[in-house]
Design a protein around this ligand. Structure first.
Ligand SMILES: [Zn+2]
Ligand SMILES: [Zn+2]
Length: 272
């Protein structure tokens, strides 16, 4: 529903959103399947309240991964479609790719095996694992109780991955509370309002933001110390926003940021 509204309001992002909608349709049954699976319960029970992503391995998961690649292929663009085809057919490179992504290592090896670039290849394990990691994170219970991971860049207290975006919303105790949203498991965790999540900068003069009329509830939060940005979704301005969908649709903000020479702390699922 959100996709349809954004497609109508921002037609230049329609194609991107149509593909993303298909990905969401394929992620949904994976989430449903994961919710009752034994490997999800094991993944949710990692040490120190963290997810044990290594549980996302094995025969059944590898089979689901190849099927996911096969189902994505017809909707994919010219870059992703041939990779999807190769993954769907290739049992052992697909398994190696999944294992490398779970490990958090570089994807150069699997990319070489599959004859493609590592950057677009990342889409597949990430899109496939998102609903599984999300299901596991939900079984972990209270996110506010998860132990904070010290140091920068800020990392998800559940799975250790980077945040995709910033969220601003009013809470009973705090007006305009800031959370970071994990790019993999969708855990949201509290973060200081005036601090760069990439380097920890807190000097106000170094932290800037950029807005456009087209997206009143979105903005680019930029740190001039480290040259990094993330987008902020302000749920106080648009309570109907679905943050990862809106973040993805606001392509012009990424183009602006790249034009300024900024680097994104974490690219979104479609590599923007
Ligand atoms: Zn996470
Ligand atoms: Zn910074």
């Amino acid at each position: 529903m959100r996709v349809g509204k954004l497609q109508a309001d921002h037609p230049h992002a329609a194609e991107l959103l149509a593909f993303y909608e298909r990905v969401l349709q394929l992620q949904e049954p994976l989430y449903g399947r994961a919710a009752g699976a034994s490997w999800i319960a094991r993944a949710a029970a990692g040490p120190g309240g963290r997810l044990d992503l290594a549980q996302f391995a094995g025969w059944e998961i590898n089979r689901l991964f190849r099927r996911f690649a096969r189902d994505v292929q017809p909707a994919a663009n010219d870059v992703l479609a041939p990779i999807a085809e190769r993954l769907a057919a290739a049992r052992s490179p697909a398994a190696e790719l999944l294992a490398a992504y779970v490990d958090g290592g570089a994807l150069d090896g699997p990319a070489a095996d599959l004859g493609c670039e590592p950057a677009p290849l990342e889409f597949f394990p990430r899109a496939f694992l998102q609903p599984l990691a999300e299901a596991a994170a939900e079984q972990c219970g209270q996110t506010d109780g998860a132990p904070y991971i010290p140091g920068f860049p800020a990392r998800c207290p559940r799975c250790g991955r980077l945040p995709l975006l910033d969220l601003l919303q009013d809470e009973p105790e705090t007006k305009g509370a800031r959370h970071l949203l994990c790019a993999l498991c969708a855990t949201a965790w509290r973060f200081p309002r005036a601090m760069c999540p990439a380097c920890g900068e807190t000097r106000a003069a170094q932290l800037r933001y950029h807005e456009t009329d087209a997206w009143p509830h979105l903005r680019v939060e930029e740190c001039t110390s480290c040259g990094t940005y993330l987008k902020t979704v302000d749920l106080r301005t648009d309570g109907l926003a679905v943050p990862p969908v809106d973040e993805l649709a606001a392509v012009e903000l990424d183009l602006w940021a790249v034009g300024q020479g900024l680097g994104k702390l974490q690219r979104n699922l479609l590599g923007l």
